[in-house]
Design a protein around this ligand. Structure first.
Ligand code: SOE
Length: 428
């Protein structure tokens, strides 16, 4: 498709041309981040929305207009080959991450890849190896764990690193959504193993594994898990080819149009019915425990079956000197208890994380003027642009994404062969 070339230089700041693959929920969120980041933060490079890619020419053109992309492509290889694209942003289902990311890195481009990094450890290993080779050529590659960029979460990490919680004892984290409660919610790609890799585990569990480790500042060394698929068959999507072709390598998210469609909320629900029911091949929910390197105990729960919980990512840390608690549904607030204070007056207090001294807040509004979900994508873009400009390894790197992938694989393995003991009347 015809390209509208963005300028190679803007004022005294060189342009960083972005090419994005996929344009549904995550594509819309990333577009918003790329559009706003240069207005909020003073960056050494100016991100330019050069081109977006999807399989359906008319739909991708409409998405380009809606989200502010200068050009539209229908083949991701063409997107990668463009001279005005220096960074490839991958917002497709997991089954195409490895192929696109490795091709982009080998073509000399920087890469941002949505989470989870891949659908398997083997793919993630190949991606991390490609990123390491590219690093030697000055390229960077980052995984899109955007919740690290909630200011309250970045601030929580700072408090832990400063020792305000002392030695950690517990990390308690869950990610609760409810868009699969309805057994007639259709069989989108997120419910098919060959496209999504896993269910709530990869979709939500990946976030909480990364976030827990990031805030705690240490990694999991062992896990033990249970998982369940409560609804084993769902209506096939109308007009969607059954099986792998439905969500092949790239383009528009087969789950449908905008953010609401993908999350299953309200009017955007993808159409179902008439094509029979098909098998759900991923988990609906997973719970697991883990041990961190320091010996702290961690518990995790990820589900899309928690009626009434829309996007409740809740995290609590307890240490010998204090505790922190957070809920993504109230993302400007962090609750902090300082256990070194006199017991009579100590207790959890609400810290409104909107001060200029709080992470990322220097770019936004006066204190008390709250931020939201979308800002995490601008913060992600900011950190990536700074890494590109400085030639430093971004965080989370593909190596970090691989480590999360290994945790997810260990959780799956444990859930598959879990030794569950039946309560008895006292005899072992
Ligand atoms: C759907 O469960 C989803 O869009 C996830 O895929 C995202 O990663 C999460 O941020 C919001 O929910």
């Amino acid at each position: 498709m015809a390209a509208k070339e963005p300028p190679a230089q803007s004022g005294d700041r060189p342009v960083l041309g972005i090419g994005m693959v996929g344009y549904a929920f995550m594509g819309a969120a990333h577009s918003q981040g790329w559009r706003t980041v240069g207005r909020a933060f003073d960056l050494p490079l100016r991100p330019a929305l050069a081109a977006v890619c999807g399989r359906d020419a008319a739909a991708v053109r409409a998405a380009a207009d809606q989200h502010g992309w200068a050009a539209a492509e229908t083949d991701w290889r063409e997107l990668i080959a463009r001279d005005d694209v220096q960074l490839v942003d991958i917002c497709t289902p997991g089954d195409s991450h490895a192929e696109i990311a490795i091709a982009a890195l080998e073509a000399g481009k920087h890469v941002l890849c949505e989470k989870p990094l891949a659908n398997s450890v083997a793919e993630a290993e190949a991606m991390a190896a490609a990123a390491e080779r590219a690093r030697a050529r000055g390229q960077v590659a980052m995984v899109g764990f955007n919740y690290r960029r909630v200011p309250a979460m970045a601030y929580a990490r700072r408090l832990v690193a400063e020792g305000r919680l002392g030695a950690l004892r517990h990390v308690r984290v869950c990610y609760l959504q409810d868009w699969l409660v309805d057994p007639d919610f259709p069989l989108t790609w997120r419910l098919e193993r060959e496209h999504a890799g896993s269910g709530a585990l990869g979709d939500l569990g990946a976030h909480i594994v990364d976030l827990a480790q990031h805030v705690a500042g240490e990694r999991l060394v062992g896990v033990s898990a249970l998982s369940e698929t409560f609804v084993r068959e769902r209506p096939r999507l109308v007009g969607a080819p059954a099986g792998p072709a439905a969500a092949s390598s790239m383009g528009a998210d087969p789950a449908g149009g905008g953010p609401a469609a993908e999350s299953g909320a309200g009017a955007g629900l993808p159409a179902a019915g008439g094509a029979g029911r098909g098998p759900v091949t991923v988990d609906d929910a997973v719970v697991f425990t883990g041990r961190l390197a320091s010996g702290a105990l961690a518990s995790f729960e990820a589900t899309r079956m928690a009626a009434g919980r829309k996007n409740a990512l809740r995290l609590e840390l307890n240490g010998e000197r204090g505790s922190l608690a957070f809920d993504l549904e109230r993302l400007n607030e962090l609750f902090f208890h300082d256990h070194t204070e006199p017991a009579a007056s100590a207790g959890f207090r609400r810290v409104l994380v909107t001060e200029p001294d709080h992470p990322y807040l220097e770019g936004w509004w006066p204190p008390g003027h709250a931020l939201g979900y979308e800002h995490t994508f601008a913060h992600q873009a900011r950190d990536l642009v700074l890494a590109v400009a400085a030639g430093t390894e971004p965080s989370p790197s593909f190596a970090d994404g691989l480590q999360v992938q290994r945790v997810l694989a260990a959780v799956e393995r444990s859930a598959a062969d879990h030794a569950a003991y039946t309560p008895t009347d006292g005899q072992a």
